[in-house]
Design a protein around this ligand. Structure first.
Ligand SMILES: [Zn+2]
Length: 464
């Protein structure tokens, strides 16, 4: 991915270049969020460097200064890792009621300084953005959420029940801390997750839609293997391992899982249709009304941004086989990557693939990647109303739709325990500014003030 300086892309697209010119947040809470974000970016919480506890320590100092009791703050290392989970309890009026959990993560994806235009672990404020690894994933929301929570604490606000900040430390890699965190907080009423959902802006900075992440597809890799005795390539028999694997892969490639519609995707299609181009909008409405409408399902599946919401998808992603140009292959392996619709288990998806391949010489094995299955969260009216209210005070009237993501976020561990979880990032940005996991990751300064306010309003609404 190549970084295009804002001024150049602005010229090319004839956008108002001034919209992101805001150099610093206007409110004290926004300024505090920016300070937290800068401090967080400068602690490289990449897997293997052991820095997550250091960042938790810095945040603890801030929380204590804002009035939190040190007894209510803990960092728990997870055995066998260099990370752990961080819990902050904000005592509420009813200490017996199930707590509301706010989840974010402190770790970031690796970044190679030599590939970046600026040092990824130095927070640089430039052209209306904060640059640095984690600026958007997930230190931006962590900072805005913490600034809102500290503001509430200082103001003397007491939530109706306990508010628990449940913060993981290896969301981007093995999610061991997430598994332990979810276990430690399994009595939660619900989870709101800052690392999912969010607002999309048009190229001219107008809000287009706000998404609430309420489900994610489960992830699975299946390894296909074909073995054979091999031999000299001048003496072929009736069976060839590469030939057999090719036929198997062609079948997988051609196979389409049946279209599916859930309460969440139905609401997504209906909510998205009014802003979609006409031909797609028609297909969305038709598919939401009848998932057996094959023509509508195919029209949506033809678009990469929608295919994952129509059905389970499984695609060949890697092949490896043969050992010499003049030898019959003895072994061929391939990887099939699946993104599975909630409601279908990973084992079931594997069985379907076996039937599709229909060849006893091709073996199929599910790889263990730490991924788990999780159900869709119900679209609770109280939650959707609270989220909509918080979004509307920064973007009046904006469409709010539930969303299913390709996974995987911390939410899957909570959902798997039966705890509804809602991705409610307070970042509004243009798709062009989305560099999470990539080079030159950045957060628009302009999203910070309204983002802190969104977190504050949301917490006040849910915990009133
Ligand atoms: Zn993340």
């Amino acid at each position: 991915m190549r970084f295009v300086p804002l001024a150049v892309s602005a010229l090319a697209l004839a956008m108002p270049a001034a919209a992101y010119a805001q150099a610093t947040p206007a409110t004290p809470a926004g300024q505090e969020a920016l300070e937290i974000l800068k401090e967080a970016i400068e602690v490289p919480t990449v897997a293997g460097r052991g820095n997550v506890p250091k960042l938790a320590e810095k945040l603890t100092a801030r929380l204590v200064a804002a009035g939190f009791d040190p007894k209510d703050i803990s960092f728990t290392p997870v055995e066998g890792t260099d990370t752990g989970y961080f819990i902050v309890r904000y005592p509420g009026k009813d200490r017996k009621a199930k707590p509301v959990v706010v989840n974010v993560h402190l770790d970031v994806v690796e970044a190679k300084p030599e590939d970046w235009e600026r040092d990824p672990f130095t927070a640089v404020v430039e052209n209306g953005y904060v640059f640095g690894r984690g600026a958007s994933d997930n230190k931006g929301d962590t900072a805005m959420m913490l600034a809102a929570v500290m503001k509430l604490k200082r103001s003397g606000w007491v939530p109706s029940r306990d508010l628990v900040l449940g913060i993981s430390g290896d969301e981007e890699t093995l999610m061991r801390s997430t598994a332990k965190l979810a276990e430690a907080l399994k009595d939660a009423e619900l989870v709101i997750n800052g690392d999912g959902g969010g607002g999309e802006l048009s190229n001219d900075f107008q809000p287009i839609v706000y998404s609430v992440q309420a489900a994610e597809k489960s992830y699975a890799d299946f390894k296909l293997t074909v073995t054979d005795e091999g031999g000299h390539s001048s003496r072929p028999g009736s069976f060839n391992a590469i030939g057999a694997m090719s036929r198997a892969l062609a079948k997988v490639d051609a196979y389409r899982f049946p279209p599916q519609l859930s309460p969440l995707t139905k609401a997504y299609w209906e909510g998205t249709a009014p802003n979609a181009p006409e031909d797609v909008a028609e297909a969305m409405v038709a598919f939401a009304a009848d998932p057996n409408n094959t023509a509508a399902a195919e029209r949506l599946s033809a678009r990469p941004e929608y295919v994952g919401l129509v059905r389970t998808t499984c695609v060949p992603t890697m092949v490896n086989g043969g050992h010499a140009a003049n030898a019959l292959p003895q072994s061929v392996t391939a990887n099939i990557n699946c993104r599975i619709f909630p409601g279908t288990s990973r084992v079931q998806a594997g069985e379907i693939l076996k039937q599709v391949i229909d060849d006893p010489r091709v073996t199929l094995e599910m790889m263990d990647d730490g991924s788990i299955e999780s159900p869709e969260s119900p679209l609770r009216k109280d939650m959707m109303d609270a989220i909509t209210k918080a979004v509307h005070q920064r973007a009046p009237g904006l469409t709010v739709v539930p969303q299913m993501s390709a996974g995987a976020s911390d939410s899957m561990y909570f959902r798997a325990l039966g705890i509804p979880s809602y991705g409610v990032s307070a970042i509004f940005m243009r798709p062009d500014d989305e560099f999470a996991h990539g080079l030159n990751e950045r957060l628009p300064i302009a999203t910070i003030d309204p983002g802190v306010k969104q977190w504050e309003t949301l917490l006040r609404e849910i915990l009133k």
